[in-house]
Each structure stands twice: as structure tokens, then as C-alpha cells.
Design a protein around this ligand. Sequence first.
Ligand SMILES: Cc1ncc(Cc2csc(CCOP(=O)(O)OP(=O)(O)O)c2C)c(N)n1
Ligand SMILES: [Mg+2]
Length: 543
Amino acid sequence: MPGLAEAVLLALKDRGAGEVFGIPGDFALPFFKILESSDILPLYTLSHEPGVGFAADGAARFTSRLSVACVTYGAGALNMINPVAQAYAEKTPMVVISGAPGAGEAANGLLLHHQVKRLDSQWEIFKELTCAQARLDDPAVAHREIARVLDRCLHESRPVYLEIPRDLVATPVNPVPAYLPPSGNSEAAQSAAREVLSRLAAASRPALMVGVEARRYGIEDKVAELAAILKVPVTTSFMGRGLMAGKNVPLAGTYLGAAGKPDVSAVVEESDCLLMLGVILSDTNFGVSGGKVDMRHAVHAFDGQVRVGLHYYPDVLLRDFVDRMIAEARPLDRAGPSAAEEEIGALIEDADTLHPMDIARAINGLFAEVGPMPMTSDMGDCLFTAMDIDNTELAAPGYYASMGFGVPGGLGVQAATGRRPLILVGDGAFQMTGWELGNCRKYGWNPIVVLFNNTSWEMLRVFQPGPAYHDLPDWHYADLATGLGGRGHRVSTRAELAKALRDAYADESRFQLIEAMLPRGAISDTLQRFVNAIRSLSALSQE
Ligand SMILES: Cc1ncc(Cc2csc(CCOP(=O)(O)OP(=O)(O)O)c2C)c(N)n1
Ligand SMILES: [Mg+2]
């Protein structure tokens, strides 16, 4: 019989987990010791628990597998609340493992270090951030509890929480049962698929919008197959930017409502049967559309059910629904031309000062030369700029929108996939978690980081011009790269940026930090359209 810690690790590996990110502490040291000695899964330690959570999130987004964030009780776990919340909101299958006090530790009546209000306060907090939880304090049932929680993580593609008392990590337990895939209602899936196909056939402007669940449940290729059969225009949601990259589908582009390209917005807003697959109905995905999507004529397959107009089919797995659609779909021949990525033009490599759009042009140029790289983006104008980078695999917090994801998320991508990422981050967000780059040399990671240094919280300034607190000092980040084990490039002109990107790509020996100097007030075209759209919508609402 395996010990408890070993049983957890074996069950994680059996369910597809490829690595563990973590920071130990005394309540977790026994678990970490077995984690390292058992060699079941590789351990990557980082420097701050928010980075651990964001790295696990980034890994899961690119692999569509379980990811693991392992921390100590109290100070560690509670330090990671924000990344776990983001994973819940954006449907990432993250397993949070926290060490915990042993059974008898509270018996002496003293308050334990790292304890907050009560010993189970942390448990109560993580119940709000996860879809399933287990405290593994009963060896007799631990195997069933582990299976229950890990399977829920995969079924719902949301974080789960395992609490492991430090005095039980070596206690023998029964082997954890094998993964039990979810069983949806196949009859409901069939009925839903037939009704939706007939609605699409009867529509004059059918359209498809693809959201993040297509990636989370590993069915992007199936969705591409369905789109290719149906021959209807395909868009992605804002959060879904990067989906369908490299697939042979009639991709019109990313829907950004009034902030997007008018022809893409028309595909969505003028559709009389919009099929949304795995799309999160959030303000960032639909907020600047002014409610122009008529849900009475839309189909929304999300979170295990299919809503067709004003009625629902419950308990329908997205995978089953898409499979049933593929089986019976016929060409509708309504696909417009695949929108050539909006011509933002090639970078002019001259001595002009940089603008965010030049960064998009320069990256498009790099990818045209060397091929696309997996990308992560932080929250800030870098994410809006990413909308003008040709559609490439991208992980970014487009809904929960926490800063700090970009760099550790990119490190998680490289740890999990072995692929070198290109990371987009603003100076404000870099100040939060950019220092995790100091861990690259330990693991041989070598991301290319493009830091938008506008010495500002510019996204806030565009929504609230005036206050001086949006101004950030210039920290000369490129100069700090060497000490962290990387190479810094501080660039102020378009020619310098192009050269720095080429030099960075050629130097695979360490991480590359390209500090792109941007004037305060210079924002991407997409962010400008977002601001204009939100202002005009709010003006409308006050009429
Ligand atoms: C963890 C967290 N705390 C605060 C905020 C609120 C915020 C959203 S955007 C922003 C400014 C970002 O500045 P940065 O320099 O990174 O990028 P840019 O705007 O392009 O200049 C803040 C403070 C969020 N979203 N998350
Ligand atoms: Mg900034």
C-alpha cells in the first residue's frame, strides 16, 4: 500500500498531471520530502506563492491537463488565493495541495503559527475558490476522497483543494481508483445537437464563437472539424484569443464588440443563430457589445449544459455535444472569407519612438521569420496589443484580469511543454511577479519577455485621467536582467526593438528581457477602441 503522499502523486500522474509547482513550509515539508524523493512528478519551486499559482495556471492552459500548486498551510496557501480565484473564474484545472497541522497539534490549546481565526479558516476560504475539497485526515477513506476531488477537477475544469495533515503523509492508504470520466446524458446531447443543427440550417446568418472550454477540454480540433463541415464564420471570444490558431477554419477574428473590427462584430451581432461553444458570458467577452447579442436566438454550450434560445439541455458534456454535431452536420456554405489578420502593416525599422502597435508589428515580423511561439500576456495594454498579433496560441487573464500572470504563467508553459514562450507584460505587472525570472537559470528556462515600459499604470489612466498615482518610476528593468541570470535589452526606437527581438531569439542560453520604452499616454488601437466604446455605452446609458 502506498503512503498517503505517494498515493496523491500517483493519482495526479495517472490523471495527466505533468509537474508540481510549489513553495514548502513546515506544515508541508514532509509532503515535499516525499515529492522529491519519490520522483513521481518533477517539482519546480518558485519565489512567491502568487507565482506558484500563476505558473500552474499557465501550465494547465497550454496542456489542457491537471496542474498542481503545492504550498504550506496559512501563509503559503492564503498567499495564493488570487491565482486560484483566477483559475476558478477562467476554468483552469488546478489542484491546490496544502500541508496542514497534524491531528493532535491543537490539543495543547495553543494557537498554531500560520493559524488565522480558526484551524479550519483556510478550508472555509478555499471552499469559495474551488469546486471540490478534501481534508485527507482519515486513511481509511483517503483513496476515495482523492479520486473524488481529482476527478471533479477534470470534469469541471476548475481548481480543487486537498489538505494533507503533516503527520499522515507516510500513512499507508489504499491505492486511488483510476480516473472515472464524466458521464453526460447522451440522449440530451443528441437532441440538443439535432435541434441546434436545424436552427443553424434555418438561419440566414449562422455563426460560431469559440471560447476557452474548447481548449480546457482538449477539443479544439473537434471544434475546428465541426467548423470546417458547417462552413459558417468562426470567431473567438476575447478570452478565447489564440484558439483555432493554425487550424483550417474560416476564422473571421476575435469578437471585441464595439472595440473590435466592424466586420467581426457584425458576424456576431447580426447573427440570427450564434453558436457559442465553451464561451464564458462575461463583461470582458461581451461588455462592449451593448447587449447586441440576442440570446433568444443564440446557443450557449458551457459548464455541462446547452442552452438553446430560452430552454436548456442539462448534463451535456461539451465533447459529446460537439461529437454529435459533427456526426450529423451538413455544409451550410455561409462562411465569409477568413479575415486576413487586420493589416496593421509591417514594422518600419527606423529611429521613430516606439508605440504599442509597433510591438505587435515587430512580433508579427518575428513570427513570420521564425514561426509562432506560445505566448502569455499579463493584464494591461500588452493584452490589448496582443489582439493585433497574428492569431497565436495565447494564455491571458481576459476575464478575471489579475495582474501578475504573464511572467510566471509563461514559466509554467515552458516547464509543462518544453516550448520557449514569448511573454508580454507591463511595467506595473512586472513589478509584481516579474522577479520569478530569477528562477530560470535553475531550470534552464529561456523565455523572451517583452516589457511594455510606459512608466505608468496606463490602463487605469485611460479610464481615469488625471491622478499622479498612475505615474510609475522608471526602474530600468533591462539593467536588472543580468543579476537575475538573463540578458536585458532596453530599446526606445522601432529599429532597436526589431534588432533586440532577433538577438533575443538567437540567444537561447538564458531568458531575454526586452524593455520597450513607451511614452506615457501611448496606447494600442484596441485599448483605445475599448475606452471609446465604454465611454459611448455609458453615455448612452445616461441618456
Ligand atoms: C493584481 C491586480 N491589482 C490591480 C489591478 C488593477 C489594474 C488593472 S490594469 C492596472 C495597471 C497595469 O499597469 P501595467 O504597467 O502593468 O500595464 P499598462 O496599463 O499597459 O501600463 C492595474 C493596477 C489588477 N488588474 N490586478
Ligand atoms: Mg505600464
